[in-house]
Design a protein around this ligand. Structure first.
Ligand SMILES: [Zn+2]
Length: 117
């Protein structure tokens, strides 16, 4: 039953504590690509490797959570209609050649509190 030894991308969902799968590329209905996935509890997540583009990642995530229903995505109210978690992926770097760029891989998780109609 163990999934250990799979690599470094073993993470737990912040809502239900299940292990989540490694992020994969998902094509949205608008043709953009987001890197993320879904948890069994209904939470969805995106992974932003650079951590500098969270606004865009957030928009993609909300649309993904709403099955690309943008009207619904924009009408949702934080903490009322959904919960958001932002998790920094702490990957110990031994060394970086370009140290002036601080790269912080970040996961964004969202869990809708009411079912999608
Ligand atoms: Zn979950």
């Amino acid at each position: 039953m163990t999934r250990g030894g799979h690599g470094s991308n073993i993470l737990n969902c912040p809502f239900c504590d299940r292990l989540i799968d490694e992020p994969r590329e998902i094509k949205t209905s608008l043709g953009s690509i987001l890197t993320g996935g879904k948890c069994e509890c209904g939470a969805v997540y995106v992974y932003d490797r650079g951590g500098h583009n969270l606004g865009e990642a957030y928009v993609d995530l909300m649309a993904y959570a709403c099955n690309d229903d943008w009207d619904m995505a924009w009408s949702l109210i934080p903490d009322v209609d959904y919960e958001l978690r932002e998790l920094t992926y702490d990957r110990r770097q031994k060394k970086f050649a370009n140290s002036q760029k601080k790269i912080t891989p970040t996961y964004l998780f969202v869990l809708l509190k009411k079912p999608i109609t």
